[in-house]
Design a protein around this ligand. Structure first.
Ligand SMILES: [Ca+2]
Ligand SMILES: [Ca+2]
Length: 344
């Protein structure tokens, strides 16, 4: 008997955080651009099991920007059912590991070109990065969608983004992801690029722009949590999901246009197109060649190149903005529905 062909098997772990089912608030009651509020009122909206996905300026519906009366797809993930979220924005090493499983032509489609602390290069078909622990920037919507399809995850929605940050807590007007309006900016790094990279000065809890940014890029994922830092000191959301405010923009599915609202929350299945594009039914940017556009996506939470007001949980100025570019301040984070919620 001939020996069977050798198979290579690689395993990749992604740290996920459980976001519990249950009601939560959308909007902070503050004055963020485009913020959500309760229909027929002016305060935040309490999303509960009894909400049918209506978006209207009437009691019992979500309201915000200057929409006409509309509704979400019946399977649009609202966050009420709970989900698992990546604890961190995708790191450069995680993205390199992904690139190294692809065919050369797929990897060529998905590789970004560097700058602003992005250290990914390719040599003899093998990708490496000089900043493995730093959040992966220059991610287009299509890059992120391909990674999530490959890894069996899905994009979060902008409703899930607010839940991941705020949890079930009562909103604080204009709050950041750690539930308050106080913020301390990182202006430098100790052990830059290392596994123990920590932003300075002591007490810094966010990476953002204020008349400049000496760091000039994203920092290590999770780097604000060290020693015995509290939720606020580490810049964490309610369930300790990190950097939901600042560092790199989150890229959720919007409720602000029809393509976003038709999202049904299907998970990726591990298979990309031969050209390296993600392909999952009803994901933003999808078409006959896979996910090659960004319509239906948006941006939330601010970044290193954005001032502090841009980091507010309920800011929606970019929530429905179609952006298919690879930008120095765009990252990516995926989620997975709880088993009971799959298939609606
Ligand atoms: Ca972020
Ligand atoms: Ca697929």
């Amino acid at each position: 008997m001939p020996n069977p062909p050798e198979l290579g098997i690689d395993g990749f772990a992604i740290e996920m955080v459980y976001v519990a089912p249950g009601p939560f608030w959308l909007g902070s009651g503050g004055n963020e651009d485009g913020h959500f509020r309760a229909g027929g009122g002016s305060g935040p909206f309490l999303a509960t099991e009894s909400w049918d996905g209506c978006i209207a300026n009437t009691t019992g519906c979500l309201w915000g920007a200057s929409w006409s009366t509309i509704s979400l797809h019946e399977h649009y993930p609202t966050g009420i059912d709970g989900f698992y979220s990546m604890k961190y924005s995708l790191s450069q090493q995680q993205y390199v590991d992904f690139l190294n499983t692809l065919t050369p032509s797929q990897a060529n489609t998905r590789r970004m070109s560097g700058g602003n602390r992005s250290g990914i290069t390719v040599s003899d078909g093998v990708h490496t990065t000089t900043n493995p622990y730093v959040a992966n920037n220059f991610m287009s919507w299509m890059d992120g969608a391909a990674y999530l399809d490959w890894s069996g995850l899905r994009p979060m929605t902008e409703l899930e983004y607010e839940k991941a940050a705020r949890g079930p807590a009562t909103p604080v007007a204009n709050e950041y992801a750690w539930g308050s309006t106080s913020i301390t900016r990182a202006t430098g790094l100790s052990n830059a690029g290392q596994a123990d990279e920590v932003p300075t000065p002591a007490g810094a809890n966010a990476n953002y722009w204020q008349n400049g940014n000496p760091i000039n890029g994203p920092v290590r994922v999770g780097s604000f949590a060290h020693g015995s830092t509290t939720r606020a000191q580490s810049g964490a959301g309610y369930w300790c999901i990190m950097e939901l405010s600042g560092n790199l923009w989150e890229r959720p599915v919007t409720v602000g246009n029809a393509t976003g609202r038709s999202f049904t929350g299907l998970h990726g299945n591990g298979f990309l197109t031969s050209a390296g594009h993600g392909a999952v039914e009803a994901w933003p940017g999808g078409g006959s060649s896979g996910i090659t556009g960004a319509t239906g996506s948006g941006s939330r939470g601010g970044a290193w190149y954005v001032d502090a007001t841009g980091l507010r949980v309920s800011l929606r100025s970019g929530a429905a903005l179609t952006d298919s570019n690879r930008r120095a301040n765009h990252g990516f984070r995926g989620v997975r529905s709880l088993p009971a919620a799959v298939g609606g």
